[in-house]
Design a protein around this ligand. Structure first.
Ligand code: PEP
Ligand code: MG
Length: 768
């Protein structure tokens, strides 16, 4: 096969498989297309049935389809089992001569001599085997082998996604229609565990996010549907008339085609049949429309393929009207877990607060609005759960693990019990810990370690004060910027900042200057970059826009008048010159305000240490500023080269990695030598085990989510400084993050504080 032809068939096949409505359809399409592309006589797929551990004959072109689902091979058994076990392709000119060859009567393999099989591997797991066979006795050549290997590698992700939708049941030898337990990965959005019932929120006019739901009143759903259809018909007729003068006749004819499609003999009829069978109108529209889109997209003729977009557009229009008529208030179950393609802050508002226990969003990261709100409200949240099959999640029993960024659907009894215990323990704990509120955070030998809080919204304030925060270690000023549709004015900012400062006065509030870029883009100031985390971020943006920086600093200074409890902190600093420039601007704003008659004190100015360069220059930085504060979230991301929001590499993101711990210690040493205070405000500070290590490293204060304060306080109050130092000494000799977790967990156990959860402690849940 010529290389260019190969590449284009690869692309086309992947694209088409991606739109298949179910796993079985995807597999059927794969065998059909791969057989054609390679010009072989047989193409088949065997899929892993995770219950039995066998590879099941799941799709074929060329062998006996009657045996689909009936033939299966265990690992190592037959040629398929060989490919799966060795995780490598197997290329044979005479298959039956291979010692592992296994003959299945009636499958129809006897006339095919040569065999090529490639494993389908996703995230290190062999999901299945893709094979081609032909009569001629010859080895497949290198380019054919490369094609099949490339194809399986690309298909692995698509298959894994389709498999996650539960469609694997259809090819499973056990043919059990019961919903199976499944685990989906995302990233932590807000800490905590929630158990409850999934409520799917579909996005406006997005067919892919409409869940399956049983119609409560079939006649009413039919009525909704026909009236929505009538509306769309009117819209299209109007559009046709408005555009009449500007269109060519063949384009105008398209409008007629649209109108015919809506006919009750065409799509309209199919959809209403589905509703009569018991589906709600939106679900019926979704399944009929997507089925047709799939059919059109498979057509060889490119003109017909493009009609897929028309059908989809039509479906979207009908859905839009249906969503308006279905928009009435819903009945939410007691433990509702909202799950949606892209949850927004306003969607949260629709559920009564006492019924909302958890959130799952397919798109977004820990910095999305909704995650910020969730942290403020204390609702366990998982973001970026890309593999969740939204359409099938309605009413599913879910566990949201906001510590690890995982969701368990239809959990086994064992797993449910495990998480129910954690929830009960946490509730018990927070009751017990309430008594800690007014006790000092100090070690058994009276070494004190102030605990600060990270804030962003006004609603954070009450919770923070409730839990005994001793100041704000990080006020993320971008949060009020994110929640608006334009830059807030200087006066608006002054008022917002004043509220924070007044609420905590006389305690100190550390305000960070605007930290946008990376994954935090303001809707009204979009930053589009290939590599945003290494791009225009934090101080780099504000130094390029002194007008934004100056107005923010002026607002902060004015807000602090008469209170004098503010500290200013600069994010993402990499070069010493950035500190000089920022300080120059801060001084300028200060002098101008003094000239204007304000009664102000110049506040302390500090920098965040969150890029590796800053670790090596920590002493030089410390000499220039009044304090250092470590952003361990970014520091971990940059030291380990792991995107903090990418679920694919989430398993590699370890703040207990020895290199991170060494960096943290080096920063504390640098600040201590220069005689400047050093604090930490990343998530790590909120972990009880880490807090003990940070104390021993010489950190002067820790800043964390309000929810973590009691646990951390309890941990610090359970050790002596000497014990903490001993633990640190031991940990710094360990060479692996898992070993550090293990060691710290056993130490916490011995101290009798094992029930204080840390993300590391929950890792074992995945094995249940
Ligand atoms: C950090 O990077 O650790 C930090 C505290 O800042 P943010 O999470 O807002 O980037
Ligand atoms: Mg940061």
């Amino acid at each position: 096969m010529a290389d260019t032809k190969m590449l284009s068939s690869l692309r086309q096949i992947i694209q088409e498989v991606n739109t298949a409505p179910s796993l079985q359809k995807a597999l059927d399409l794969i065998v059909h297309k791969v057989r054609n592309a390679m010009g072989t006589e047989v193409c088949s797929v065997y899929m892993l049935d995770s219950t039995s551990g066998d590879y099941v004959f799941a799709a074929t072109e060329g062998l006996n389809p009657e045996l689909l689902g009936k033939v299966s091979l265990s690992i190592n058994e037959g040629l398929i089992g060989q490919v799966a076990a060795r995780e490598e392709p197997l290329n044979l000119d005479r298959a039956e001569k291979h010692p592992a060859y296994k003959y299945f009567p009636e499958i129809g393999e006897e006339s095919f001599n040569s065999f090529l099989g490639a494993p389908i591997i996703h995230q290190r797991k062999v999901l299945g085997v893709l094979t081609v066979q032909q009569r001629e006795t010859r080895r497949f050549d290198e380019s054919e082998e490369a094609f099949l290997v490339t194809m399986s590698a690309q298909l692995a992700g698509v298959i894994a996604h389709a498999e996650a939708t539960g469609a694997l049941e259809q090819v499973s030898s056990s043919a059990n229609p019961v919903r199976r337990p499944a685990r989906f990965k995302g990233v932590p959005g807000a800490p905590g565990i929630a158990m409850g019932e999934a409520i799917v929120v579909s996005s406006p006019a997005d067919l892919n996010t409409v869940p399956d739901r049983v119609a409560v009143d079939i006649d009413a759903e039919l009525e909704f549907f026909w009236s929505s259809l009538a509306q769309v018909r009117i819209d299209i007729e109007q559009l046709g008339t408005t555009l009449a003068g500007q269109l060519r006749p063949e384009e105008r004819a398209l409008f007629d085609v649209y109108l015919q499609m809506l006919d009750d003999k065409a799509l309209g009829g199919e959809i209403s049949d589905k509703i009569r069978q018991g589906s709600w109108a939106q679900g019926a529209v979704r399944s009929v429309i997507l089925e047709h889109v799939y059919t059109f997209e498979r057509m060889e003729d490119s003109y017909l393929r493009e009609r897929a977009a028309d059908v989809r557009d039509l479906g979207r229009r009908v859905l839009e009207y249906l969503q308006q008529s279905n928009a009435g208030p819903r009945d939410y179950p007691e433990n509702s877990i909202l799950i949606g393609e892209e949850l927004t802050a306003s969607m949260l508002g629709e559920v009564p607060t006492e019924k909302l226990v958890g959130l799952v969003s397919i798109k977004g990261s820990s910095n999305s609005h909704v995650a910020i709100m969730a942290r403020a409200l204390g609702i366990p949240t998982v973001m970026g759960a890309v593999d969740i099959p939204l359409q099938r999640m309605e009413k599913a029993a879910l566990v949201v693990d906001g510590y690890n960024g995982e969701i368990h659907s239809n959990p086994s009894d064992e797993l449910s019990e495990y998480f129910a215990n954690i929830i009960a323990e946490e509730q018990q704990l927070s009751l017990e810990l309430e008594s800690l509120r007014d006790l000092p955070c100090e070690t058994l030998d009276k070494h004190s370690l102030p605990l600060h809080v990270n804030t962003g919204l006004m609603s954070d304030v009450a919770r923070s004060l409730d839990r005994g925060a001793q100041g704000v270690g990080l006020y993320r000023t971008e949060v009020p910027f994110l929640l608006r549709d334009r830059f807030p004015t200087e006066e608006e900012q002054r008022q917002i900042y004043r509220e924070q400062l007044e609420a905590f006065e006389p305690m100190e509030v550390t305000m960070r200057t605007l930290d946008i870029g990376g994954d935090k883009s303001l809707p009204y100031f979009p930053i589009e970059e290939e590599n945003p985390f290494l791009g225009w971020r934090g101080i780099r943006v504000t130094l390029d826009h002194p007008e934004i920086f100056l107005s923010q600093v002026r607002a902060m200074l004015k807000a602090s008048e008469g209170l004098n409890n503010i500290r200013i902190m600069l994010p993402m600093v990499t070069h010493l010159s950035e500190i000089d420039e920022a300080q120059g601007l801060i001084k300028r704003a200060y002098t101008e305000l003094i000239d204007d008659g304000y009664d102000l004190k110049l506040p302390p100015v500090g920098v965040m240490v969150e890029v590796p360069a800053a670790v090596y220059q920590a002493r030089a930085f410390a000499r220039k500023v009044d304090f250092l504060s470590v952003g361990s979230n970014d520091l971990t991301q940059y030291l380990l080269a792991v995107d903090r929001n990418n679920t694919r590499v989430a398993g590699l993101y370890h703040s207990y990695h020895p290199s991170v711990l060494q960096a943290l210690e080096a920063i504390a040493d640098a600040a201590n030598i220069e005689g400047k205070p050093v604090t930490i405000c990343g998530e790590l500070a909120g972990e009880p085990g880490a807090a003990i290590l940070l104390l021993a490293m010489g950190y002067d204060a820790l800043s964390m989510n309000a929810a973590s304060i009691p646990k951390v306080k309890q941990a610090i109050r359970s050790v002596t400084s000497e014990q903490a130092e001993e633990m640190l000494g031991r940990v710094m000799q360990l060479e692996d993050a898992e070993m550090v977790y293990g060691y710290m967990q056993s130490k916490l156990d011995k101290l009798g504080i094992s029930q204080y959860l840390s993300p590391g402690a929950l890792i074992a849940a995945g094995d249940l």
